[in-house]
Ligand binder design. Structure first.
Ligand SMILES: Cc1cc2nc3c(=O)[nH]c(=O)nc-3n(C[C@H](O)[C@H](O)[C@H](O)COP(=O)(O)OP(=O)(O)OC[C@H]3O[C@@H](n4cnc5c(N)ncnc54)[C@H](O)[C@@H]3O)c2cc1C
Length: 386
């Protein structure tokens, strides 16, 4: 490839969101390049992801779900509660008329299913290519990357940043929650039976997601406690987890290796600018409390592909194209960010009056089927769902 190579769309970052976009553009007839810094499309990442029902539908349309389904665990009920206070809500798939409210999968399994579909997508896959600079422009923009010790370049009508938001400079707004997520798998005495838990504690929310025979734990932890919790031996860790979670699943029996992810809300100042669109974590990186990050990012990819199919290639990155993309994504993205942020802030505060109000709100949601269904629909299909 020479620096004169020209593409309709250059996707910077072949993570789950960038890969999904390339697959969604499969039958478009467009010249698409995917530049991935890693040597291959594979991930060793300890995260477990809760995939919404809407995400399953998109993955099915991308032809990826069948490969992923054997590695996905159905979430049939979600139990939402707060530690030490009354009030709980139980969301059930059968109330919604769906087989599952969502599915839990290992990040690596999701990525593997997407990576397996990439070669058929017809895109030019450039691995071991770390993009060092982008110069978007209406018309043709430039992407500069390092590969095998040399600096190379390509041109594209539209540059899509799907790099997770950490590698290239750009104006961002950061809200630091002062929290990190400690994640690992845990075994419980009582089998999960498809039940997930979202449990709010004064120290931050904790989630248990059914994954295979185990649970995937996401334990939000104030940053100054992370070192101590990571240093605990397994027995001490399980003891403290039991105290924080309670005994709804019987005793915690075992815990796998722990990993830590710092938690911040990072939003790009501009999701779209002439010649460039940011998607996935490059556009918004969220707290995992509501399991929205990948689900939102996948919808970014899906709707960007729809825009690319609706417009002639000459219009890519131009004002009408960008306005159409912004319009399609605005409500969903803003709603997803707001819902996540409100949950973190509202449930982190332990003022007695607030915790009583939260308890009442959970009880009310549990007793009002329409409210419950509306909330469940938003979790399944995005905040723009009615
Ligand atoms: C603890 C935790 C739990 C979570 N749980 C959930 C959940 O339950 N449900 C959910 O929907 N979401 C969840 N998320 C969020 C989800 O993990 C992310 O939203 C998702 O992984 C983002 O995917 P992405 O493709 O945008 O970015 P990434 O996964 O970061 O991928 C970016 C890709 O770009 C490549 N890259 C980076 N820089 C460059 C460069 N300069 N040049 C070329 N390539 C580059 C990287 O190698 C990588 O492959 C969770 C997150 C955390 C931290």
């Amino acid at each position: 490839m020479s620096s004169n190579d020209t593409f309709d769309i250059a996707i910077v970052g072949g993570g789950p969101v960038g890969a999904a976009l390339a697959i969604a553009l499969r039958d478009s007839g467009l010249a698409v390049a995917v530049l991935e810094a890693k040597q291959e499309f594979a991930a060793r990442d300890p995260r477990a992801l809760a995939l919404a029902e809407g995400t399953r539908l998109i993955l099915a349309r991308l032809g990826v779900w069948d490969a992923l389904a054997p590695h996905a665990t159905a979430i049939e009920t979600i139990h939402v509660s707060q530690r030490g206070r009354i009030g709980r809500a139980l969301l059930e798939a059968r109330d919604m008329g769906v087989p599952a409210l969502g599915y839990t999968t290992a990040y690596g399994d999701l990525y593997q299913a997407l990576a397996a579909a990439l070669p058929e997508a017809g895109a030019t896959l450039i691995t071991g290519a770390r993009v060092s600079a982008v110069r978007p422009a209406a018309g043709l923009g430039l992407v500069e990357f390092e590969q095998g010790g040399s600096v190379r370049g390509l041109s594209a009508r539209l540059i899509v940043l799907a790099d997770g938001g950490k590698s290239l400079p750009g104006a961002v707004k950061i809200k630091d929650y002062g929290q990190s997520a400690i994640i690992c798998t845990v075994q419980t005495e009582v089998g999960h039976g498809g039940r997930a838990y979202e449990r709010f504690t004064p120290a931050g929310p904790m989630a248990l997601l059914p994954l295979g025979d185990d649970y995937a734990l996401v334990w939000t932890t104030a940053n100054d406690l992370v070192e101590t919790r990571m240093a605990w031996d397994e027995a001490t860790f399980l003891e403290h987890l039991q105290a924080a979670f309670g005994d709804r699943q019987g005793r915690f029996l075992a815990a796998g290796p722990r990993s830590v992810f710092p938690l911040r809300l990072v939003t790009a100042s501009a999701v779209a600018e002439p010649g460039l669109v940011r998607i996935g974590n490059a556009a918004q990186t969220l707290h995992p409390v509501a399991g929205q990050g990948f689900n939102l990012g996948l919808r970014d990819a899906w709707w960007l592909a729809e825009c690319a199919l609706d417009f002639p290639r000459e219009a890519f990155g131009g004002p009408e194209f960008l306005a159409a993309y912004r319009k399609r994504r605005r409500a969903d993205v803003r709603g997803g960010i707001a819902m996540t942020d409100i949950l973190v802030e509202l449930f982190a505060n332990d003022l007695p009056v607030l915790s009583q109000a939260r308890g009442l709100a959970l009880t009310a949601m549990d007793m009002l089927p329409l409210v419950k269904q509306s909330f469940a629909r938003k979790m399944m299909f995005g905040v723009q769902a009615w």
